[in-house]
Ligand binder design. Sequence first.
Ligand code: NAD
Ligand code: DAU
Length: 360
Amino acid sequence: MNQQRTTNNHLLVTGGAGFIGSNFVHYWLNEHPEDAVVVLDALTYAGNLDNLKELESNPNFHFSQGNITDRALVDRLLRDYQINTIAHFAAESHVDRSILAPDAFIQTNVIGTFTLLEAFRNYYPQLEGNGRFLHVSTDEVYGTLEPDDPPFRETTPYAPNSPYSASKAGSDHLVRAYYHTYELPTLITNCSNNYGPYHYPEKLIPLMCINILLGKPLPVYGDGQNVRDWLYVLDHCRALDTVIRKGKPGETYNIGGNNEVKNIDLVRMLCDLMDELAPSLPVSPAQELITFVKDRPGHDRRYAIDADKIKTELGWQPSVTVEEGLRQTVSWYLENRHWWEPLLSEEYQAYYQQVYQTSA
Ligand code: NAD
Ligand code: DAU
């Protein structure tokens, strides 16, 4: 990146080689081509430079491989690139992995967020009031809903149920405290389940798409009646842009897709779309592959977001229905086999074996 260039915003995007972070970087440089974006990513199993390949020649894009717990590195990036906005996505993000091995979740999600906050606290005075620290969090911090409960609001008490959601809750509390104690201009967003391009295969939607294409069983946890509120990732990126530009420091904004679907219905929709869009499938109709498997321990029954605050105060609302978004996503997995095939690595096979007691 040319550091002499005059730009509007200089963003540090942590976790920018992951699923949502990479979609956000593409989105941002498309919408704000004069801005500069620095990605800081440790390239864990979930980070993938292929997600950012098209940006390699963009002079306003810079990639730094490193850990958010490395204070000296964070200090250097803030200073060298004159960062005025931190968009913090980096996290261990998969609930099933947090059940198998919670340590990394505490290190990255809690200690990593703390490290970024401390670095920003030290650096912020030189920004003369123009900085922003956006913390991207999850609706899982609110716990689980009964079928007739109202959706999560920003005022819903925290009740995290997995090591993952507990670590995200811890990080949210730190971010909130840094606004109240040190008057840092922090913003928190809590969003529902994202889906779309560059989604790592371990998560429900890409896992089902890939298994259908490979003719492998489609493992549905428990009775398949758990509900998630699906948010198309580009709608999420638009929401984060809105919060960075118009959000009020110290506030939390819930972001949801207004698309509540039971897991089993979602898997059936994916099967039907694959039957329609794939030129040929190893097993067809794909619904024959659906297999009910042992439930996830502590599996939250239902998530749903009330996104009224961001809608009324900042003017954002989701634009993609789950039917449209799933069609686009299925098409993307069909057209981008070269992206997902290398991800079915030895590490992934070992993980899959541990969770599903069968090979991927
Ligand atoms: P992801 O797992 O796809 O990507 C995480 C990225 O962070 C990877 O590129 C990884 O290499 C990087 N990373 C991990 N540990 C790091 C460390 N210590 N230092 C630097 N980089 C590190 O995650 P995602 O699904 O894109 O989620 C992004 C953020 O959004 C997370 O904070 C997650 O909690 C939150 N979120 C995700 C969803 C969802 O549906 N995926 C929903 C709500 C909130
Ligand atoms: O709600 C936001 C959260 O959404 C984010 O904070 C997390 O980072 C993200 O991973 C996601 O968490 P979930 O646990 O909801 O997503 P996952 O894709 O793992 O599972 C979605 C649902 O599908 C959940 O009810 C579990 C179920 N499931 C998942 C897998 C991987 C299955 O039935 N079978 C599976 O093989």
